[in-house]
Ligand binder design. Sequence first.
Ligand code: NAD
Ligand code: DAU
Length: 341
Amino acid sequence: MHLFVTGGAGFIGSAFIRLALAEDPTCRITNFDALTYAGNLDNLKGVDPQRHRFLRGDITDRHAVTAALEVPADVIVNFAAESHVDRSIQCSDTFLRTNILGTQVLLDAARLKGIQRFIQISTDEVLGSLPEDADVLSTEDAAYAPNNPYAASKAAAEHLVRAAQRTFGLDAVITRCGNNFGPCQFPEKLIPLILSNAILDQPIPVYGDGRQVRDWIYVDDHCRAILRALAAGTAGEIYHIGARNERQNLDVVAAILKALGKPESLIRFVTDRPGHDRRYALDPTKIERDLGWRACETWESGLLKTIRWYNDNGNWLARARSGSYREYYDRQYGGTTETSS
Ligand code: NAD
Ligand code: DAU
């Protein structure tokens, strides 16, 4: 099995590569990644170079993608994306290019090269916000309702995958997941941001009232589900991957501060994210029933592993927090007003 993985130097893509190589000794991977600010080859330290070929390239570059696929691959797994909602609110250009145009370039290349299966890694955000006071979960047939530029670009990508499947008969599967956490996540996202700021005794920005609900999953559980969808998913289907682990943001912050022995006085309530979705929660019944997948980590065990990793990898964190991260951080939080929630 030869997998062509895009975005494999990022948080989830690198976890997927480590897992896929460990689970299947015959697996070979080409990892095609542009190494944007979020891509980091340190995430792949220790991966067997005989079975992992890294190519730096942009998925919007048709020639580069076609050339990279000269070595025949069986499956494309598309993780490559601009993935941070706040950045998409600051400027959406790269989101539209990478997430939409890039996906179409990969779909065209998949057809041209006779790829057997295309896996599109998508998100619960394409469905928008759920009511917070009801027990409802989002199923695969829920209507699209993206509420921020990132989510809209990921919804557009899903439409293109569906179109390639219907129009050209491409074997394609879409997986949607909620909020991942674990090692190697860039510290712009909530959990690594809390961890890195708390370790350094710096303030922790909480948007609005902090009562938004996210459905948290340990990254390896997500990757195991993708492997199941790749091996046994039905072409044309969407699979929801969720760990049934809904938490309010404030509870996430409190749990991490407690585990680190840091005071809640580090919390700063700041101006809310525009268009902030109140609640996401996926119904994983279909993947549990049809593909026999279930999350293995509990919230507590996953969080412990994550905290340990950030505590033990100060150099990784220092590097991620240097350079352009400082500019982004000042743009995002410098002008925010502290509120009294
Ligand atoms: P990430 O931002 O950590 O990594 C993205 C990777 O894609 C980086 O290595 C980057 O260099 C690469 N990349 C960006 N633009 C590229 C381009 N034009 N060409 C080639 N490579 C490019 O993202 P992540 O959190 O690992 O997310 C991976 C995928 O999973 C994304 O598609 C995202 O939408 C989806 N997803 C993420 C989450 C989450 O909680 N993080 C949840 C559900 C779905
Ligand atoms: O739901 C899946 C999505 O999860 C993925 O598709 C995205 O790629 C991923 O970035 C993530 O999006 P979120 O916007 O939910 O994640 P983020 O970590 O940015 O924020 C999680 C929650 O925490 C959200 O309600 C906003 C809030 N938040 C975030 C930051 C960065 C804060 O309160 N303060 C912060 O500083």
